[in-house]
Design a protein around this ligand. Structure first.
Ligand SMILES: NC(=O)c1ccc[n+]([C@@H]2O[C@H](COP(=O)([O-])OP(=O)(O)OC[C@H]3O[C@@H](n4cnc5c(N)ncnc54)[C@H](OP(=O)(O)O)[C@@H]3O)[C@@H](O)[C@H]2O)c1
Length: 284
């Protein structure tokens, strides 16, 4: 049995699909009882579990040999993941596939890198087998702006430099392989897409896909941060987001990793194809 935490999220939802395609026995966990039915309709076991409720985490891990562990970028994410790791250990789980972020290591100097590293080191010291899934920015983040793009014809770029965006479905496919295939224990998988694209590139690709001019606008960091806080994000997390984004103009988010090809034997998905698939989301 494989338990998937965050099974309704950006990486967890495609991971459920990928594991079902492989015929793996899976248990999808959600904190929202209202989502159980749609998870079960996919053909898997589904349970409720909250990162704040240790007993629910242990129930979700019962009889599981492996788990996928992801939390949202949340001020309590380190504590939540520590709770889940403790629950996995108590339940007799063997292998944890942990989603963190590109660059997470004890040498990291940025907030997210340090936070993710803390959890990685905790998992390493737990005695459980581990695999780290360390992605860069998700292509799916573009959908947060779908209404603005459709309504105002504007793409607001909060990065201001080239980024090697990855499709969350590729993250899920690598995680699925780590959860079902041999030899992934002790591996840290840095994950990017196949090319680095700027905000101007993205605006152009959306224009081409929709047949409608979409203008590129650079969003100043203070405005990006204020927007995230207004949307309910903790100010410390919003500050960490802006800190990370500041790497883009310096070219530090443009590096390409070949992990998707190495692990899956096929190239990573391209942003242009994702935008074409999603074109209707960017039109009113
Ligand atoms: N987005 C990016 O560009 C990016 C880039 C690099 C790294 N990352 C990292 O990736 C992670 C986010 O991954 P993701 O986008 O797949 O996650 P996500 O979709 O933001 O969240 C995963 C799931 O967590 C569940 N959840 C929320 N609160 C919970 C709670 N209290 N207890 C149990 N479950 C709870 C939610 O599902 P339910 O409502 O069903 O419970 C949600 O669907 C973060 O660690 C972030 O730092 C993100």
């Amino acid at each position: 049995m494989i338990t998937i935490f965050g099974a309704t999220g950006n990486t967890g939802a495609p991971l459920v699909e990928a594991l079902l395609r492989k015929g793996a026995p899976i248990r999808a966990a959600t904190s929202d009882p209202g989502k159980l039915e749609s998870l079960r309709a996919k053909g898997c076991e589904a349970v409720t579990a909250s990162y704040q409720d240790q007993a629910s985490l242990e129930r979700a891990c019962a009889e599981a040999e492996r788990i996928y562990l992801v939390t949202p970028a949340h001020i309590d994410m380190r504590r939540w993941k520590a709770n889940a790791i403790a629950a996995a250990k108590a339940a007799g789980v063997r292998h944890v596939v942990l989603a963190t972020g590109l660059g997470a290591s004890p040498k990291a100097r940025l907030t997210f890198g340090k936070w993710h590293s803390e959890t990685q080191e905790l998992l390493k010291s737990s005695g459980l087998d581990w695999t780290f899934i360390q992605p860069t920015y998700f292509m799916q983040n573009l959908l947060w702006q779908a209404k603005t793009i459709a309504g105002e014809g504007v793409y607001k770029d909060d990065l201001g430099g080239p980024v090697a965006w990855i499709d969350a479905r590729d993250i899920a496919d690598v995680a699925a392989e780590a959860l079902t295939g041999p030899g992934h224990e002790g591996q840290a998988y840095g994950l990017t897409g196949p090319e680095a694209l700027t905000g101007q590139d993205i605006a152009r690709l959306v224009s081409e896909a929709t047949g409608r001019a979409v203008r590129w606008v650079l969003l100043p960091p203070e405005d990006a941060k204020a927007g995230m806080i207004a949307a309910g994000m903790h100010p410390e997390v919003a500050a960490a987001m802006v800190e990370l984004a500041a790497l883009a103009p310096r070219g530090y988010l443009a590096g390409i990793e070949d992990t998707v090809t190495r692990v899956l034997g096929r190239p990573a998905r391209r942003f242009s194809d994702f935008i074409k698939e999603q074109a209707s989301s960017f039109i009113n």
